[in-house]
Design a protein around this ligand. Structure first.
Ligand code: CA
Length: 404
């Protein structure tokens, strides 16, 4: 039962998905079937299957309060954020540290907001720099509002605190909302930092308005300044940090290992979650074009699914929405058949997606771990070549997938 595989992506120029009602039914039935198989319990479990690989799921750590971001340090330990505002160190053996002091003091915790992603500087071994994204509470005239910000700090020599913390980026404008903070942090190969942002669930035109940071991916230097080759750096009236726009809520991002190009995934409307190749100066359509419909009554959104000058997703998810979070391209040796595959966590979908790629196209898509009933927030390749996941729960876990 576990060795079944989803159908293949349809060809053609338009974005494709397993979007036909029949395919959606297959997805549903598979996920239902998976839920009836397998079991869990204990730190290490019996090998479970995919169409190509048997693997074991280890619970490395548990008891994490809604973990959101995970970054491996050179010594193999992990920095893990908890949405409530704590940054902890988790060892490979599963020991969880006390919260590290030195995180931002004005985190707006609530709804989807809080302490979110974490990434190490590419030169961490020398400069000990750590970057955190978080929803920052407004003060003064901005009291009652919030927005995604990026905190740069250094891990102290003893490794027990962050020091010299400072905000290097603030999403403008701050909004009174608990929704759509985006918030993945990814270093480009040139040392600039991508920050993915959401539309804050606010005015629908914001994601198309390049004078603000709502519904954008931005690219900054680590001192917060703007790289002069950003696509709108010389455009009057534009926010110069912008890399791409027309996004709804981007919660997965990674560089393609062969090309170095940024790929992102985002929460679309109902039946409109997307995977995109995220290129400079491109408009990804929200809310003018999109797949899917409004949550609730499934009302029409925008003008349709395609428009000149707006990008199509590489792949998208029909109803039921999977709610993608986290993105990782596998480059390790432990899962040799999976080399080059993309992995995406599903929150509402409660699966780990494995996508096979053919160049810039998605060739197939397989749902893993559907038997566990867990929401997958982040997916990261460990230095040991295994796949690490964060589960989105008040008793959140670090999981490790390894071959038996
Ligand atoms: Ca789009």
């Amino acid at each position: 039962m576990l060795n079944r595989k989803h159908g293949h992506l349809h060809g053609g120029k338009r974005a494709s998905a397993w979007g036909a009602p029949k395919a959606a039914a297959v997805l549903l039935s598979l996920s239902w079937a998976l839920s009836a198989c397998g079991g869990s319990g204990g730190a290490a479990q019996s090998p479970v299957g995919s169409s190509t690989v048997k693997f074991t799921v280890d619970t490395v750590a548990s008891g994490l309060a809604t973990p959101w971001g995970l970054a491996f340090m050179p010594d193999g330990r992990m920095l893990v954020t908890e949405r409530g505002g704590q940054l902890r160190i988790v060892t490979a053996a599963g020991a969880v540290s006390a919260p590290l002091p030195g995180v931002p003091s004005n985190i707006a915790v609530g709804g989807q907001g809080g302490l979110l992603d974490v990434v190490l500087d590419p030169n961490f071994a020398a400069n000990r720099r750590v970057y955190l994204s978080f929803s920052e509470a407004g003060t003064g005239a901005e009291s009652g509002t919030n927005g995604t910000s990026v905190w740069r700090a250094e891990l102290s020599p003893s490794g027990t605190a962050l020091v010299n913390g400072t905000v290097i980026f603030r999403q403008r404008p701050k909004v009174n909302s608990a929704l759509h903070f985006g918030s993945r942090l990814v270093f480009a190969r040139d040392g600039t930092l991508f920050v993915t942002l959401g539309d804050r669930g606010s005015r629908s035109t914001d994601a198309q308005d390049t004078s603000n940071h709502l519904g954008k991916v931005v690219r900054i230097r680590t001192d917060g300044t703007v790289p002069p080759d950003n696509p709108l750096a010389s455009t009057a009236g534009a926010a110069p940090e912008i890399w791409s726009w027309g996004h709804r809520n981007v919660q997965g991002a990674a560089l393609h290992p062969d090309t170095g190009v940024l790929w992102t995934n985002e929460h679309g409307p109902q039946g409109g979650d997307e995977l995109n190749i995220d290129l400079a100066g491109r408009n990804y359509g929200w809310p003018v074009i999109t797949y899917g419909c409004t949550y609730g009554l499934c009302g029409k959104i925008g003008e349709g699914t395609a428009k000149a000058g707006m990008e199509q997703p590489v792949s998208w998810w029909p109803k039921p929405s999977t709610a993608p979070s986290g993105l990782m391209f596998y480059t390790g040796e432990g899962f040799a058949p999976w080399k080059g595959n993309a992995f995406i966590g599903g929150l509402a979908g409660q699966v780990l997606w494995r996508l096979t790629l053919s160049g810039d196209k998605v060739a197939s898509r397989e749902a893993l771990l559907g038997d566990r009933g867990e929401r997958y927030r982040a997916v990261v390749q460990g230095p040991d070549g295994w796949i690490y996941l964060l589960t989105d729960d008040s008793n959140g876990k670090v999981l490790r997938l390894r071959t038996p």
